[in-house]
Design a protein around this ligand. Structure first.
Ligand code: HEM
Length: 207
């Protein structure tokens, strides 16, 4: 099979299947708690975790394909735009569930948030909206490659930082939350190694 041959699960179809699955699972999770506030909070946590998954798949794709080129990593790199937009869809559900939480239980919501979560979360959402809006051929071309790269690289690192803080601050109460940091550290390390290897010319005669 040629290295870049496409399969069924690619492109916008990949995005549609994954996003509809996330919507269906979120409704199912909220429904398990009769759509009460507990269920809504479970959806907030669920989508934070699915967002982590799709963010890491998208932001680590190019580095992984560079360091370990194979059919899987090439698929991931080819579809990183759609994985990134799936991350945005997951975080849109996070936002809807946050809104429901605020309306259904204002006191609980106030206790679970702070000025810092609005500032840092707000910046995070601003990046997500800008990155999603420029994830189409036309809008990306209108922005130009330099500005596009600046936006997507700085936004990516900002979101990596925000995931690290949001999961990290829960570790003192729930030590198993440290596991969520593993994919974040792995993506950061992959990108650093790939960047260094891109700058280091191969030794003459090396394979
Ligand atoms: C203004 C924007 C945001 C607000 C108000 C907000 C609000 C919340 C709230 C209330 C929770 C706790 C839910 C609960 O304990 O029941 C939560 C969890 C979380 N949020 Fe957000 N969020 C925002 C944006 C973001 C962004 C941009 C990210 C990541 C890039 C993020 C990542 C997380 C993570 C990782 C958790 C922990 C989930 C868990 O416990 O497993 N949030 N958020």
């Amino acid at each position: 099979m040629p290295a870049n041959s496409k399969n069924w699960f690619e492109g916008w179809r990949l995005f549609a299947v994954l996003s509809l699955t996330l919507v269906a699972l979120s409704i199912w999770i909220a429904g398990m708690r009769q759509f009460e506030v507990d269920g809504v909070r479970m959806v907030i946590r669920f989508t934070a975790r699915t967002s982590l998954l799709f963010f890491c798949l998208a932001f680590g794709a190019a580095a992984l394909a560079r360091l370990w080129p194979n059919a899987g990593s090439r698929w991931q790199r080819r579809n990183r735009r759609y994985l990134g937009v799936t991350f945005a869809a997951s975080h849109a559900i996070h936002a809807v569930a946050i809104g429901c939480f605020a309306v259904m239980d204002p006191a609980g919501y106030a206790a679970a948030t702070s000025i810092a979560s609005y500032i840092f979360g707000g910046i995070g959402y601003a990046f997500i909206i800008a990155m999603t809006a420029t994830s189409f051929d036309r809008t990306a071309a209108a922005l130009g490659p330099r500005a596009w790269r600046m936006l997507h690289v700085s936004g990516g690192y900002y979101l990596l930082f925000q995931f690290t803080v949001s999961f990290g601050k829960r570790i003192p109460d729930m030590p198993l939350y440290a596991l969520f940091l593993i994919p974040l550290v792995a993506v950061f390390a992959l990108r650093m190694i790939a960047m260094t290897s891109a700058r280091t010319p191969r030794a003459v005669g090396a394979g």
